[in-house]
Design a binder for this molecule. Sequence first.
Ligand SMILES: [Zn+2]
Length: 312
Amino acid sequence: MKRSKVFLLFGLFLSLMSGFVKAQPKENQAGYYHMSIGKFEVIALSDGTVPVNAKELLNHDAKIPDLLAKQFLSETVETSINTYLIKSGTKLILVDAGAGSLFGRQHGGGLINSLRKAGFKPDEVTDILITHIHLDHTGGLSNAGEMLFPNAMLHVNQKEIDFWKVHEKESPLDTRGIKSNRSSYINFKPYLKAGKVLAFKSDTLLFPGISSHEYAGHTAGHTVYELSSEGQKLLFWGDLIHIAAVQFSGAEIPNEFDFDKLKAAGQRKRAYADAADKGYLIAADHISFPGIGYLRSDHNSYVWVPVNFSVK
Ligand SMILES: [Zn+2]
């Protein structure tokens, strides 16, 4: 065998060996996704994913196993925690702040990393729109009392603050939803103390092209935010839906943490019908990342149509 061939084979052997031996350090998936809505840029930012037992979350409804199987999912659904950044001329507006450390070390808490990877710093965020005060939406606002977005003003429905002012202290009458979400108010409070919260009443124009709509049910002041520009529209749904594989076919199926289950189901139905009828984009905190897409009505249920992927 010629010497050059021997070297070639040896080189090939070495490269194969290195491929087998060196395990690549495992990094999380890219946590951001850009798109534009008229003159605004919207960037989906992943806070992470968390395994959720769909049966336990959705009240053990009999339809759950079949609906999950149709989507090739098992009972434990790896569920996205999405947040969104709206970039306008002078403002950098975050919609929700993820779970922070409140779901433990393994789940959630990736927002700041996703934000940095997308090219922004936490202190550049000017405003945060809060859909509601729950673990996976306001947990990421603070860490041990320190504001993680020190220059941001928070915008929230007054009813959310009123609710937690009443339930701030533990009571024997606390429901599971109240007990498990109290720390989300604790992580919200540093902004209240610093005078950095602007509370609004139900439906309000917050910025040119950005308004709030009250969809109470999941919580007392659960809010959907609308972004409109140059004929395009996107609605940030917050927690109108948790497990898409189940709840797009069964809007009536309640979530364990819906504060008023009947009202929450009514709001889901109203939101689905409006989105399918008008054909605007939706961004949802717990639909598979980036959680942006359209809704199409199909007989008695709805079909989620994820936004078409683009590298730009
Ligand atoms: Zn949530």
